[in-house]
Design a protein. Sequence first.
Length: 76
Amino acid sequence: MMPLAMASPGEEVRLLEIRGGRNLRKRLADLGLNVDTAFRVITNDNSGGPLILAVKEDARVAVGRGMAHKMMVEPV
């Protein structure tokens, strides 16, 4: 298990845990990111910008670096 912020571009991961409060969980759920959701990391350049995720084949989501550190994932 690792924070999403450490995932490499192109890596497919599964969300295991959200280490945040109710507001963060709701925000992620609104974006389609729930526990047990699998998605692919499109962009993670480690320069402080957001991560771009492919949640479904046709949906892209931007997640801030602070949120990405609170999302625990595992490689699929």
